[in-house]
Design a protein around this ligand. Sequence first.
Ligand code: PXP
Length: 241
Amino acid sequence: MIELGVNIDHVATLREARKGKVPDVITAAKVCEIAGAHQITVHLRQDRRHIQDKDVERLKEVLLIRMNLEMAGVPEIIEIAHRIVPYTVCLVPENRQEITTEGGLNVVEQKESLRRVVGGMHERGIKVSMFVDPDIEQIHASAEIGADSVELHTGAYANAEREQVDKELNRLYEAGKVAVQLGLALHAGHGLTVRNLEPVTKIPGLKEVNIGHDIISRSIFIGLDSAVKEILAVLEKVSSL
Ligand code: PXP
C-alpha cells in the first residue's frame, strides 16, 4: 500500500496564532497515528512560523510511527536534525517570504553541499529525501549524491487548469519512472487533496504521499480522524486493484 505521511504544520499554525498551547500538535499526531497514518511530517522552518523545536523533540519521544522532518539544508537546522534523529529528513528549498514551499530543491546547482548534508545524515542513520520538481535532471542529481528517495512536487499538478492536468500528470509519471529506475524510493506531495489524489496514486512505484493542508482543513468540519481515514481509503483502493 502507498503510505501516508500527515503533515501537521497547520495545527501548529493555529496554535501560533495565539502563541498558546492549543491545538496541541502532539495530540494531533497521535490522532493521525491511531487513524492509521504511517508517518508524521513536520517542517521546522528557520522562521519557526509554525512548528517549534520542542514539537520536534516531543514528537520524537512519543510517536510510534515514523517522523519525517522537512528542512532547509542550513547549519542550524542540520544540527537539530543530527541531535533529534528523525527517521527521515526531506530537504526542501526555503524562502522566508513564501507562504508555503514554492518549488522543488535545485539539487543540480547545489550538488556538492547537498552531498555533504546527505553524508552527515547517513552517518547518523537518517534517511534523506529530496523534494524536487518532476524534472529528470534533478532526479539524476539526487541519485548521484546518494539520496534514498525523492519526493516529487505535485504542486503544479494540483494547481493545473483542466487542459494542463494531464500534462502535469505525465511529467510526474515520467519523472517517477526515472526515479524508480535509479533505485530511489518514490514519494509525492504538496497540494494533494482527497479529490485530486487518485491519479497520483497510479504513478508506478509510488511508495508514499505527504499531505497536510487538505487534511487539516477538512478536519475542522469532519474531524481529524475522518480526514485521515478518507485519504487512507483512496490509497487502499489503489492497493486492492
Ligand atoms: N511535502 C513537502 C516537501 C512540503 O513542503 C509540504 C508542505 O509543507 C507538503 C508535502 C504538504 O503540502 P500540503 O500542505 O499542500 O499538503
